[in-house]
Write a protein that binds this ligand. Sequence first.
Ligand code: ADP
Ligand code: ZN
Length: 214
Amino acid sequence: MNIILLGYPGSGKGTLAKDLSKSLDMIHVSTGDILRDEMAKKTPLGLEASSYMAGGRLVPDRLVMDMLKVRLGAETRGLLFDGFPRTVAQAEALDAWFGTRGQEIDSVVFLNVAEAVVMARLGSRRTCTGCGKIYNVISNAPAKEGVCDACGKPLMTREDDKTEVIARRIQVYKDQTEPLLAYYRSSGTFVEADGGKTPDAVTKDVLTLLHAKP
Ligand code: ADP
Ligand code: ZN
């Protein structure tokens, strides 16, 4: 089974993907996490991607596709895509690539959340520098301020979660990613969940939607 998660930045794709990949024994493929990993390692790809990411713009499609093909080359377990595809060109490239591998997209899950809600969530999001766990200083704060409950490392505000950059990411989503809803809606694999609920409730709803599918 291969699944794509769609939704605004801050709609909860990363949190949902971590839960779902455990429940369904799938590989969580977060292009954002992979790109941040490349950046941290200062690879040529990471260095090229960093200026796009810090400014809230998309990394060019070709770099993203090459990166995924290298990372996922021999993988046969189910893939759970979080943050990919993000443009129609990436969706078409994914279709072509899956075609050559005899693989299919089984479900596209759209996490529906109001724009005002994602704006607020992104501004209060904190990320663990050690294990990547996601917190929210308003709705899901760690026990000790600024410190990860899971691994004890300090939390940070991602470069692209700074106020100046959030508005641009929202606009980039509307311009470049939202057209994917129409691309996949007609495919018969599309389901929609209310991403405004608590993380546990969203996971439960999505599992129900996935199992209910023919
Ligand atoms: P969010 O969904 O909250 O914006 P991500 O971690 O998914 O966070 O993405 C962070 C940044 O990484 C994006 O703003 C973009 O610059 C880059 N990025 C991630 N995935 C892709 C992709 N599929 N194509 C192009 N750029 C990407
Ligand atoms: Zn941690």
